[in-house]
Design a protein around this ligand. Structure first.
Ligand code: FCB
Length: 458
């Protein structure tokens, strides 16, 4: 993190979390901002996608979402009351560059500048995600991530943001979860842009990774003291049985989901065992691309929610199939499996030695309701978070360089194709009135943050 803001020490403090450990929440622009067509913002692929019939489970859109664009100041006050020391949010590319390139929309830049300044004024460290899935529609019209040029446009966008905000931002997260973009945006079509074409896995992955590398160059040039990383999603992938074929299938799935991205980032090569499974057109990888992609990072962001149990399908070990989970589930149908977080951190440290690790997302959706006393008693969420904090503390004790934890999410918000049906917030959003009601877990988390983890077991 930018050394003007945080001074991290390497020794763990008495609580088991290093002093300067960042405690906060994470959000994404499309999920909370609303104001889809205000302030000169251009259309994004999500603005387009949600208005196509049948794409969103409850027929809702993010047009208004949590109206954070208008309520940002109150939302920052809330974070301060909840003792956040950091906040991870994303910048909507089409709010800053309505056509994706060229003309900068100063009103959009102003919005993010007041957000950054507002955070700093409240003593909260700003961590900025540059791409949380909302490509400007104007670039999609030119082929989107299928088009190699989009990688350069992304670097230009990163540079424009860094020029305006870089002196005050502590960390850049170039991309959020490229694996989800690839498989849900382009294979099963459940997320924008909603395509269904498995042949695109190779090209989209490569262009996303390349765009990261090019953005790193632009960011380093503008803001040499700001840390750079990427947030990737990791499931704890385990074989469903002790059969050798299932172990191999688990390794394949780990390759498809994880190593396909982490190997190029940290070793400059796509994983050999997976290359035969993913088509890469002959002219896709150009000379110098892999060096660009593998430029050293300051941290790896870990988004962790659940485990995936795997068995070999009819096609054998290269045909991994996920076994339906049987443990305790969330309303997303995800198994609650905190040990997997520790295993994930350990494995990433062992295989790639990133300088620092941050938990850039972890949290849970439950069917929260407002009770008669006007509160939300979400003991199950507190339990979920406690167990994941303890898994992190254990990993730290074992030597993993974890430096912060961002709970997903600050507010109940627009959960992509699930609409408003999944409540991930530590703060309840009453959508008709946009009232924010901190849940019991928010109060618990505030104390944990204020004591740097000292009260995590309470
Ligand atoms: C992650 C996304 C985030 C949110 C959570 C629940 O995959 O990055 O925006 O949807 O899942």
């Amino acid at each position: 993190m930018n050394d003007t803001n945080v001074h991290l020490q390497d020794s763990a403090s008495e609580t088991g979390f290093p002093s300067g450990f960042l405690w906060g929440t994470a959000t994404a622009a499309y999920q909370i901002e609303g104001a889809a067509r205000e302030g000169g913002k251009g259309e994004s692929i999500w603005d387009r996608f949600v208005h196509a019939p049948g794409t969103i489970a409850d027929g809702s859109t993010g047009d208004i979402a949590c109206d954070h664009y208008h309520r940002w100041s109150d939302d920052l006050d809330l974070m301060a009351r909840l003792s956040h020391s950091a906040y991870r949010f994303s910048i909507a590319w089409s709010r800053v560059l309505p056509d994706g390139k060229g003309h900068i929309n100063e009103t959009g830049m102003d919005f993010y500048e007041q957000l950054v300044d507002g955070l700093l004024a409240r003593g909260i460290v700003p961590c900025v995600t540059l791409y949380h899935w909302d490509l400007p529609q104007a670039l999609q019209d030119r082929g989107g991530w299928e088009n190699r040029d989009t990688a350069s446009y992304f670097a230009d966008f990163a540079q424009a943001v860094a020029r305006r905000l870089g002196d005050r931002v502590s960390a850049w997260i170039t991309h959020n979860e490229p694996h989800i973009i690839v498989y849900h945006g382009y294979v099963d079509g459940t997320k924008a842009p909603g395509l269904r074409n498995p042949a695109l896995v190779g090209p989209i992955s490569h262009h996303l990774l390349l765009s990261h590398g090019l953005a790193c160059q632009a960011l380093r040039a503008e803001t040499p003291h700001t840390d750079i990383g990427m947030a990737l999603n990791f499931a704890a992938i385990e074989p469903a049985t002790d059969r050798e074929a299932d172990a191999e299938a688990a390794r394949t799935l780990d390759g498809l989901w994880h190593r396909w991205f982490t190997d190029p980032l940290f070793t400059g090569a796509y994983p050999e065992d997976i290359v035969p499974l993913i088509a890469q057109p002959p002219d896709l990888i150009r000379s110098g691309d892999l060096e660009t992609i593998a430029a050293p990072l300051d941290f790896l962001g870990v988004n962790y929610y659940t485990r995936a149990l795997v068995r070999a399908g009819k096609g054998g070990p290269t045909d991994p199939r996920i076994v339906p989970p049987s443990g305790p589930l969330t309303t997303m149908g995800w198994e609650i499996y905190p040990e997997g977080l520790r295993a994930t951190l350990t494995r990433l440290h062992r295989d790639y030695q990133p300088k620092y690790l941050y938990i850039t997302e972890n949290g849970v959706a439950f069917p929260d309701t407002l009770t008669g006393d006007g509160e939300v008693h979400d003991a199950a969420r507190t339990r979920y978070l406690r167990e994941h904090f303890l898994a992190t503390r254990q990993a730290i004790a074992e030597g993993m360089p974890v430096r912060g934890f961002f709970v997903w999410s600050l507010l109940d918000n627009f959960e992509w194709s699930y609409g408003f049906g999944q409540r991930f917030g530590i703060v309840y959003t009453d959508y008709p009135t946009q009232r924010r009601i901190p849940k019991d877990s928010a109060t618990w988390l505030a104390r944990v943050a204020a004591t740097n983890g000292g009260t995590v077991e309470e």
